[in-house]
Design a protein around this ligand. Structure first.
Ligand SMILES: C[S@@+](CC[C@H](N)C(=O)[O-])C[C@H]1O[C@@H](n2cnc3c(N)ncnc32)[C@H](O)[C@@H]1O
Length: 386
């Protein structure tokens, strides 16, 4: 018998707005459901709202998969994955995000596809319990031949979920080669960051490549070389990469070799702060794509100061040219990045600058609905400094 979880009075408004992640504080009665179990969600008057999983760990109470009448959970997951994949057929790359959590009515689930290998990342006990089903859907539908799970993100520990990674459907290699425009990249799905590659910055990397012909480029926080290699394959004169993690640096070198741009490159193996301090070099194009420097609302002011400090040091290295300033911290809104970080530092340092178009965000495969605020973590601005 499927357990019934009842909401507090008034909480159904959140669901009617389209929210699929239901917080524990909105739940009146969990009906005895165990974490990961299928449930029927009802409102305070016991009217059925929808179907999903009981989570019951951390702040999340329920992940809803479908609003409306009863249906088998496995059928809903199958239909939503196939539809999520179909929605991205317009996006012309051999690797892409094919499931983006709540936006695809699969809250707690991310799936990135690298050619014929799918990499799953779950932050939900309900999704964890259905990894076999998800792998089977991906394989039987022909979306992927191989399926890897990257459930090793630190945030899983905070909600009491086990951290692990490994094959569900075994492939030969955990280092894959993908194409992005004129460049190719090795992607380490086992030890790389995220699911192996920053698919979210793709269109911004391709845009940066439009501005780099014959230019001297600085790629700060370069990871495996995404921005700087786009610059080089688009005829940049030279790129200096700055990255501190050994595995990323190894792959960066491999990517430089396979794109045949090693001799136009210089790699600084260390911290961006130290490089900016020590180097006297000037660049025509600078990219700054740091990790999330703000992890929670309480540390917003401190984090804003970190972004300001780095930007202040960056602008010393550009006399005239293009600057891309990005932030993937959810708590740094596009307005905070623009007004409190970029405008403040450039004005204080008496630099003349113009915004090139509007705010940029994550690539189109990272679909979101208006209410999916947390899926809109990435923002960045291209600037002309003169
Ligand atoms: C958001 S990722 C960059 C992604 C990259 N731009 C791309 O398109 O693939 C940030 C990178 O900065 C590196 N990193 C973090 N803090 C750093 C620091 N202080 N100095 C140098 N690298 C750092 C991380 O190891 C990570 O590879």
């Amino acid at each position: 018998m499927v357990k019934v979880v009842r909401l507090r009075r008034g909480a159904e408004k959140q669901v009617l707005n389209g929210l699929l992640t239901i917080y524990s504080k909105w739940i009146e009665d969990d009906g005895g459901a165990e974490p990961g179990e299928d449930i029927i969600l009802v409102d305070s008057r016991r009217k059925t709202i929808g179907i999903g999983f009981y989570e019951g760990i951390g702040a999340v109470g329920v992940r809803l998969l479908k609003i409306g009448a009863e249906e088998d959970v496995s059928d809903i997951i199958r239909r939503n994955i196939l539809y999520a994949y179909r929605k991205r057929e317009f996006y012309p790359f051999d690797s892409k995000r094919i499931v983006n959590a709540d936006a695809d009515h699969l809250p707690g689930l991310i799936i990135d596809l690298y050619k014929d290998t799918a990499v799953i990342q779950s932050s939900s006990i309900g999704m964890d319990n259905r990894l076999d089903l998800i792998a089977m859907i991906l394989r039987r539908s022909g979306i992927a031949n191989y399926v890897y799970v990257r459930n090793d993100q630190r945030s899983r520990m905070e909600i009491g979920l086990e951290r692990w990674r490994g094959w569900m459907v075994k492939g030969d290699e955990t280092v894959l080669t993908i194409r992005e425009g004129k460049a190719i990249f090795k992607v380490d799905i086992e030890e790389g960051q995220k699911t192996g590659f920053y698919l979210d910055q793709r269109i911004n990397r391709l845009e940066a490549g439009l501005y780099t012909s014959n230019k001297k480029v600085l790629d700060l926080y370069s990871y495996t070389g995404g921005f700087g290699i786009q610059a080089l394959v688009n005829n940049a004169k030279k790129t200096v990469f700055v990255e501190e993690t050994p595995r990323s640096i190894e792959l960066l070198y491999e990517n430089l070799k396979i794109n045949d741009v090693l001799e136009k490159s210089e790699v600084y193996e260390g911290r961006v702060e130290k490089f900016l301090d020590e180097s006297g070099g000037k660049f025509d194009v600078i990219i700054s794509d740091p990790p999330a420097l703000v992890q929670n609302r309480a540390s917003l002011d401190k984090g804003v100061n970190k972004y300001r400090k780095v930007l202040k040091d960056i602008v010393k290295h550009i006399s005239q040219g293009i600057l891309f300033v990005s932030s993937c911290s959810y708590f740094i809104t596009p307005e905070i990045l623009k007004r409190e970080i970029i405008d403040k530092i450039l004005e204080e340092n008496r630099r003349r600058y113009l915004y090139l178009g509007m705010v940029r965000g994550a690539a189109p495969d990272h679909m979101h609905r208006s209410i999916d605020k947390e899926l809109r973590y990435l923002k960045g601005y291209f600037l002309y400094i003169h």
